[in-house]
Design a protein around this ligand. Sequence first.
Ligand code: UD1
Ligand code: MG
Length: 496
Amino acid sequence: MASRKTEPKKRNAVAKSEKTNAKNKAVTGGVAAIVLAAGKGTRMRSARAKVLHELLGRPLVAYPVGLARELGAAPVVAVLGHQREAVEAALASRFGADAVAVVEQAEQRGTGHAVRLAMPALRGFEGIVLILYGDVPLLRRETLQQLVGEAERYQCLALVTATPADATGYGRVVRDKRGNVTGVVEQKDATPDELEIDEVNAGIYAAPAAFLRAATADLVAKNAQGEYYLTDIVAAAARSIGVTAVDADARDVAGINDREQLGEAELTMRARINRRWQTHATLRDAASIVIEPDVTIDVDAEIGRNVTLRGRTRVGHGARVEDGAILVDTDVGAGAHILPYTISNEAVIGAGAIIGPFARLRPGAQIGAEAHVGNFVELKKTVLGKGSKANHLSYLGDAIIGEKVNIGAGTITCNYNGYEKRQTIIEDGAFIGSDTQLVAPVRVGRGAVVAAGTTVVRDVPAGALAISRADQRERAGYAADVAARYPDKKPAAKTK
Ligand code: UD1
Ligand code: MG
């Protein structure tokens, strides 16, 4: 085989006529992308289409589509087949209803057939078309930028190649004596000599639209698998516009075929993301920390062991998130301190607030600056004002709580009457005694005091005391009276 190290790496022999053509039409109509994702993914052994399986909280197909969009590709065309509706819905929910044009490939007759079906969706487009796979999530943006750059500059076909430890299953990249790529041969069609080639086709290409249109129209399914091989366009390009190979790390272009590969890819992606944040934030035990791709972490933040940050969570400047916390779509203000095992979903935590340990913030929890939410306190659709405290064992739902309010241990907002949710309002500076129940809808006025154990059923005027509890009585000698009824038994407290 041709040595990849010594070859003139860039450009293949280009047909002379094409070269002059390329010079004359300096037009670059931008970039469009085709994402192939019609396959079933049999080896996943799943009822779900392969590209819908999630890697760090995103369906696999969202990775190539997201990359294409980051590169400014328009349109982005997805070729879908298995569970088309579900995949289309996943794309729409992530990127917006019209962000991705969908082409249906009802029967998977090969990668070449898939691209051929996609071409009409690119009618009138004359720039560079990027072809990606729905199941290759670790692909790097830099690789694609290089690929598109080469295809654009030389108006040629650029393909990504790699040298994996084991080339089994991949198409092999065939080069001539001078090191120029002449074609790609599939494993099942390869001669014993070709099987020895260790440089493989990653299946990712960039090429001028006009070439792709003509080359995919010309494909025939004469091969071991009776499929339309997209790889045949490589030989076609070698004979006409020329081929350029962009070398990539085999791990970055690996396709996901089974759950073991999915697990490995997730670990790789995790490590990659964590390293990125370690440039300016402290990760206590990076290997134990899960940070999804859309999370942002500001300078000087500290992330403890076994922390999970998901969705669009943001950890503000200098904030600390301690061990075992799980934050989903949560905004953590600058300098806030999230104590261990806090669970938060769709919440906003103000600057300098202290949350947890074991706090639960549910959607719509808005914690003001410097406020405290302690252990076993649950908040839902509730605003807790600046400097207010709910330190122990409380449920606060559908409530608007002002500034500098004290919520005593065991306070419960009774927000649900079996039919609808109703609101509690607690104004600035109010003091809610322990074990209070607030039966909504109800309002506690500014600076009012609710005595411990009170069931608040009416509004409490500003500055007033509300108290509702049975009067306390005492019965002298009660304990001895009871003991006398059980002469053979010792009281529980004295059994040891
Ligand atoms: C393909 C390449 C091979 C390359 C390998 C890299 C061809 C003929 N071979 O092989 O050279 O080394 O990728 O992974 O292209 N798909 C469709 N419709 C189809 C067929 C496939 O949408 O009709 C999609 C699949 O869902 C998948 C991608 O295209 O996302 C690749 O298809 P796959 O069958 O895995 O191709 P390979 O045989 O692996
Ligand atoms: Mg494959």
